[in-house]
Design a protein around this ligand. Structure first.
Ligand code: CTP
Ligand code: MG
Length: 228
């Protein structure tokens, strides 16, 4: 069963506010993107890795991983969903796993778990249960009420679906003018019920400054405890 990875890496990292896009910042001696791509290139479950890059990206070619023969470059788009669509069009695999370049703390264990669970169903995504009491506030920041957190999950990546089904779902969402922020949303709009697979809560997305230090701490913990 062939699985390709599609890694959207064409964002500019506006919230990080660094001199380079956040996927090119250093994390424990390697760039974030190098680390993320290595996770997939090192997995025996993954056939090819498609990385979506912003047009004229001046950084990617200096990454060691850029010379890997199993790596394919795809053009990035205006939104994440546009980048993912371009990536999917470069794949011929039966299944695809879409994973944010900005999540370098994914473990090989979670990658395998998702692959096993998603293939036995009609696709799925890594999720982590919400831990805190959830509030809804108005624009005035006054609390309107408490949201029952039972059954609430953070949608993580990777998210894994049959390539042709995901391609169709994303194209349909795009033609309706909907900018979906994850693959599951597109599949949900198409009437599917993706499986929520409980993954590690430390599969964080690097968004702003403090997240880099947190990611370093998480990776060091994985190394010390032999988590792969
Ligand atoms: N991404 C992409 N193409 C875009 C926008 C985002 O490939 N047009 C990618 C990012 O590179 C990232 C992932 O999608 O790996 C998740 O997006 P996000 O965390 O929002 O990254 P940025 O859009 O770069 O950050 P920001 O929203 O702060 O600008
Ligand atoms: Mg963004």
């Amino acid at each position: 069963m062939a699985i390709d990875a599609v890694i959207p890496a064409a964002g500019i990292g506006r919230r990080m506010g660094a001199a380079v896009p956040k996927q090119y910042l250093q994390l424990a001696g390697k760039t974030v993107l190098q680390r993320t791509l290595e996770i997939f290139l090192n997995s025996p479950l993954i056939s090819r890795v498609i990385v979506c890059l912003k047009e004229g990206d001046p950084y990617f070619d200096s990454l060691p991983v850029s010379r890997d023969p199993r790596l394919i470059r795809a053009p990035g788009g205006a939104e994440r969903c546009d980048s993912v669509l371009a990536g999917l069009r470069c794949s011929e695999a039966e299944w695809v796993m879409v994973h944010d370049a900005a999540r370098p703390c994914l473990t090989g264990g979670d990658l395998r778990l998702l692959a096993e669970e998603a293939i036995s169903r009609d696709g799925g995504l890594l999720c982590a249960p919400v831990r805190d009491t959830m509030k809804r506030a108005g624009e005035d920041m006054l609390i309107q009420g408490t949201v029952d957190r039972n059954g609430l999950y953070h949608a993580l990546t990777p998210q894994m679906f049959r390539r042709t089904e995901l391609l169709q779902a994303l194209e349909d969402a795009a033609s309706r003018g909907l900018k979906v922020t994850d693959e599951s949303s597109a599949m949900e709009l198409a009437g599917c019920r993706p499986l929520a697979v409980a993954g590690r809560a430390d599969n964080i997305k690097i968004t702003s400054q403090g997240d880099l230090e947190l990611a370093e701490f998480i990776l060091e913990g994985h190394r010390r405890n032999g988590i792969v």
